[in-house]
Design a protein around this ligand. Structure first.
Ligand code: UTP
Length: 301
């Protein structure tokens, strides 16, 4: 395997081709990734995180029913002209000031949702022969330094393949990809853990550890060659974890921050509360309203 240790991560892949069935009926005509946490869609947070890590090209692997994501990364002339005419400068900025340079937002279609591994593979021609990041927008990380930026720092030290990881209760291992830790290798960065393997969704008694993979990856392009031949795994889907497990130089990175699983209903609600509480303009009022809700619903006496 080539060492891309000092190569900057210029490209990020955002797999957004899933069906989002846990959010039906909301996701009947709207992509899950456009669900807002406070006032920004999930995909916008993912985009900002990639940008903060130095990413320049944003590759979205979409499916049917995902047009709203394309539109989100474009101008919206009618609204912009009305806002301009009314001199609403702040609102105008929110619609377009953050748009990447033309040509740096790229969409590719996953015709069938055959799994995360398949979605990433669909981006192979656009990524080419360089290391790249993968961000799952429905995993949010609230942290001081954006999660992918933390991982890019670790990548600059060790190269290889770096996966965002966190400790979970053993009873939950069947819901995650789990790291098989290599105790013999001790990376200098205390947040890094060397892995000798990965197991997708193992039963608690079979799990090699309780270190679970979240939706943040820095990967070498060799993963595409492995995905070429990857057979369906857990859930009949082509699993990204299974392909990474066959690679060399795999590390878990215990990021600083709190992860919210916005692919689940409760995680999504929790993220809305947590992100609202981070906002100076909302915090006070939200606390008051939450208190009132907890009292009215009998949770708080
Ligand atoms: P999930 O496992 O959360 O699946 O995918 P999902 O379809 O989005 O949601 P549910 O389980 O039906 O509610 C994790 C990420 O991988 C993407 C999803 O869009 C999501 O960002 N994905 C999954 C794809 O892009 N393609 C796939 O074939 C599967």
């Amino acid at each position: 395997m080539k060492s891309h240790k000092n190569t900057k991560i210029r490209k990020a892949v955002f797999p957004v081709g899933g069906l989002g069935t846990r959010f039906l009926p909301a996701t009947k005509s709207m992509p899950k990734e456009m669900l807002p946490v406070v006032d920004k869609p999930l995909i916008h947070y993912a985009f900002e995180e990639a940008k903060a890590a130095g990413v320049e090209q944003f590759i979205f692997v979409t499916g049917r029913n995902k047009h709203a994501i394309n539109d989100h990364f474009d101008n919206v002339y009618e609204l912009q002209s009305v806002l301009g005419a009314r001199n609403k400068r702040k609102e105008l900025e929110l619609t377009s000031d953050w748009l990447p340079e033309a040509g740096n937002v790229i969409f590719v279609r996953q015709q069938e949702p055959l799994g995360l591994g398949h979605a990433v593979w669909c981006a192979r021609h656009l990524v080419g022969d360089e290391p790249f990041a993968v961000i799952l927008a429905d995993d949010m990380v609230l942290s001081k330094t954006p999660c992918l930026q933390q991982m890019a720092g670790a990548y600059a030290q060790v190269g290889g393949n770096i996966l965002g990881v966190m400790d979970i209760p053993r009873a939950q291992t069947a819901s995650y990809g789990i790291v098989d830790i290599d105790d013999k290798k001790k990376p200098a960065d205390k947040r890094l853990v060397a892995a000798k393997g990965l197991v997708e969704k193992p039963a608690p008694d079979k799990a090699p550890s309780t270190l679970s993979i979240i939706g943040r990856y820095i990967l070498q392009p060799e993963v595409f060659t492995l995905l070429d031949k990857q057979q369906p795994g857990a859930g009949g889907e082509i699993q990204l974890t299974d392909a990474i497990a066959r690679m060399q130089d795999i590390y878990g990175y215990r990021f600083e921050g709190t992860r919210y699983d916005c692919g689940s209903l409760s995680g999504f609600v929790a993220a809305n509360v947590a992100y609202a509480l981070e906002r100076k303009d909302l915090r006070g009022q939200v606390i008051k309203e939450l208190d009132a809700v907890l009292e009215r619903s009998g949770v708080k006496k």
